[in-house]
Every structure is written in structure tokens, then in C-alpha cells.
Ligand binder design. Structure first.
Ligand SMILES: [Zn+2]
Length: 147
């Protein structure tokens, strides 16, 4: 009677050093997105971007797999007085094959240091995009204000 209901369980699994987890995605792209979301949700943010390597595979087919990295960016500190940050470029220098750019918020003096040629210390990969926030300029300004 009728066609059998396809299983909703995906055939892919997400692997890392800790083990394997089944994914619900029915094709590699969906399974990949699911793995990326899981990593973003469970990874701690530090004060600078870092990368987590993930591997999604179909255990029954070696060619049906994808490997890559998920960037875990730091959480952007809030601006003052419920404003949106308004970035002014205050620094620009070469960084390998890219640039290291410093933006400073005109409201709160938070600095965002963006590197388009960052380096992943875990495996030496270059040309990564990273960001780091610094409150040094804000603190220096406040210290001067308080005199
Ligand atoms: Zn701001």
C-alpha cells in the first residue's frame, strides 16, 4: 500500500576529536549547515576570532564528505547610550597578503581590529579573516577625562 515513508534521519554524521554525531540533514549542504550551527551555538567566544575545523561525512560513501572551518568571532561589545557603533578608520597597515585595519567608534571609542590575513595557530593556515575588539582607547580617554 502506497510508497514507504522515507526515513527522516539523515545519513550524515559530524566528526571531530570528540566523536561522531548524527545529523538530520538529508543532503550534504543541509548536514553541513546543521554542523556549522551546532558549532556556533556551543563554542565559547574569546576576544579574538578563532577557527574550529569540522568534518561532515557520509559513513557509507567516502566521497560524500566535506571538511572546513567555522570562524568563531568575538562578541562585539555594545556601544554607549544605546547607539550603533559608527566606525572611523584610524589605522591601516599591510599584513601578509592582506591588511590590518583599525576602526574606532566615534561614540564609544571601541576599536575593532580586522585582519584580512590572519593566521590560524592550530594548523598554520594563512589568509584567514579575523576580528578583535579593544577598549584601550576608550579606557585611555576615560582616564584623561577623569584627570
Ligand atoms: Zn560605539
Amino acid at each position: 500500500m502506497g510508497t514507504p515513508t522515507p526515513s527522516t534521519a539523515g545519513k550524515y554524521e559530524f566528526c571531530d576529536e570528540g566523536g561522531q554525531w548524527p545529523l538530520k540533514g538529508l543532503n550534504l549542504d543541509d548536514a553541513w549547515d546543521e554542523a556549522v550551527d551546532a558549532v556556533l551555538e556551543t563554542s565559547a567566544h574569546t576576544d579574538e576570532t578563532y577557527w574550529i575545523k569540522i568534518h561532515v561525512r557520509n559513513p557509507d560513501d567516502d566521497d560524500d564528505a566535506k571538511e572546513g572551518k567555522v570562524a568563531i568571532d568575538p562578541i562585539e561589545p555594545r556601544c554607549t547610550d544605546d547607539r550603533e557603533h559608527k566606525w572611523d578608520q584610524v589605522g591601516l597597515q599591510g599584513s601578509g597578503g592582506g591588511v590590518l585595519e583599525t576602526g574606532r567608534c566615534v561614540h564609544c571609542r571601541l576599536e575593532a581590529i580586522t585582519n584580512t590575513w590572519a593566521y590560524d595557530r592550530t594548523d598554520g593556515e594563512e589568509g584567514m579573516h579575523s576580528v578583535r575588539y579593544s577598549t584601550d582607547a576608550r579606557e585611555a580617554y576615560e582616564a584623561r577625562e577623569l584627570g
